[in-house]
Design a protein around this ligand. Structure first.
Ligand SMILES: [Fe+2]
Length: 410
């Protein structure tokens, strides 16, 4: 676990390496947090939930940080408004780095001791928590840099995001038989509380597309008047389209008649064979309806995914951008590339109970007004994802790496 911890902490800094000091404090919207805040808050998590409880005579780095870097834990105490995290020009970035080193030294010491199971579980939670924030650093920085009219790139290099547009494998349909399936996590390895308890569900016959919807297919939806036909949209979705004047995915812009796409490597021509990305639940749902299909339920997705290898385009591939589907036996691209919107509302599984104490606030209290996404993205660390993993966001959100796979009845 010591090695896992050290690697984790190094990865967060590596993600921030291309950023200047000012970039670390960008907060383009309340949903996105400054990279500096992410670096401090993930450190706060280990300090508050692990070191303060399990290390004798541990002294916090700074007594005020307990509140300043709290995100949403009411049981821990007060915190600054979420949309005002950018006002934390102090502590400086250097001091946040010093805070990380202070906590790392204590954690390294703690990890050499014999620890109770409860402490080990909290450290595992802290590691998985920081992995979630690693993905958020990338998506939040991307949004912050894109908001700048200069459209600066997160990094400049001839990387995967600017690679040739390899062709995508043809879309085929895979059938799954109706029946009672066990879904949800069961086992002794780490999983979030919202992935269980394992339970039975009945699924009708269904079919799942062999790959994600591509930019080419999404452009067909756009050119067919997708954004101007209210009959394709949920009522809330249509309001969202009108109020925000959406006519394309987030980060798309038209220049001289051509569509460009803002990536971590700056503005690039749209690559038709890549999966469409940065669309809301509403857009995913409307596009599926236009295609004569629907979104998969989260359980249909899980049943199809669990026999698939957990390989794909993750953070480790360093593309930080979805890639065209390659031919595979069975359904492809289930893991990595983009989080896949499902038609399932984020609600508790039968028998779900929140954990005792502050960490009980981690997932359970958000089970309202959000939809489930599955499979991880090109910004998700590979070791973070599972077939039972449930991500969740409100239906209008687009700044995560989010896309769509079609499903249908038999
Ligand atoms: Fe957090």
């Amino acid at each position: 676990m010591l090695q896992l911890y050290l690697k984790l902490r190094e990865t967060s800094l590596k993600i921030c390496a291309p950023l200047g000091v000012e970039d670390h404090n960008l907060q383009p919207m309340p949903d996105a947090s400054p990279a500096k805040w992410h670096l401090a808050h993930t450190t706060w998590f280990f300090e508050t939930f692990v070191l303060s409880q399990y290390m004798d005579e541990f002294r916090p780095y700074h007594p005020a940080f307990r509140n300043v870097f709290n995100s949403y834990y009411n049981s821990v105490g007060d915190r600054p408004l979420r949309g005002l995290r950018h006002i934390l020009s102090r502590p400086s970035l250097d001091e946040v780095h010093a805070y990380r080193i202070y906590v790392d030294e204590a954690m390294v010491h703690l990890l050499t001791l014999e620890l109770p199971q409860a402490a080990i579980e909290l450290i595992e939670l802290g590691i998985n928590h920081e992995q979630q924030h690693q993905e958020l650093i990338i998506t939040d920085v991307k949004n912050g840099l894109w908001t700048n009219p200069l459209r600066p790139a997160y990094r400049v290099r001839a990387g995967h995001a600017s690679a040739d547009d390899k062709s995508a494998s043809p879309l085929t349909w895979h059938s799954f038989a109706e029946g009672v399936y066990s879904v949800g996590f069961e086992g002794s390895s780490f999983a979030f509380d919202n992935e269980g308890p394992r339970h039975n569900v009945f699924l009708q016959n269904f079919r799942l597309a062999s790959r994600l919807v591509t930019n080419r297919e999404y452009l067909d939806f756009m050119r067919d008047g997708g954004y101007s036909n209210p009959l394709l949209w949920l009522s809330d979705g249509w309001d969202c389209v009108r109020n925000n004047q959406w006519n394309a995915p987030l980060y798309w812009e038209q220049r001289d008649g051509d569509w460009l796409n803002y990536t971590v490597e700056g503005l690039q021509p749209i690559r038709l064979n890549e999966p469409v990305c940065h669309i809301s639940f509403y857009e995913a749902d409307a596009c599926a309806r236009w295609a004569g299909a629907r979104l998969p339920s989260e359980f249909e997705w899980e049943v199809a995914a669990r026999s698939r290898p957990m390989t794909g385009n993750f953070l480790e591939s360093d593309a930080l951008h979805p890639q065209p589907a390659q031919a595979a036996d069975g359904v492809a691209q289930m893991f990595g590339d983009v989080w896949e919107w499902t038609g399932s509302a984020y609600t508790p599984y039968p028998g779900f109970k929140t954990a005792a104490g502050a960490v009980g606030e981690y997932n359970g209290k958000f089970m309202c007004n959000q939809m489930v996404l599955r499979g991880g993205s090109c910004a998700t660390p590979q070791s973070h994802i599972r077939a039972t993993y449930r991500n969740f966001f409100p239906p209008h959100v687009r700044w995560q790496f989010m896309g769509v796979r079609l499903a249908n009845g038999d």
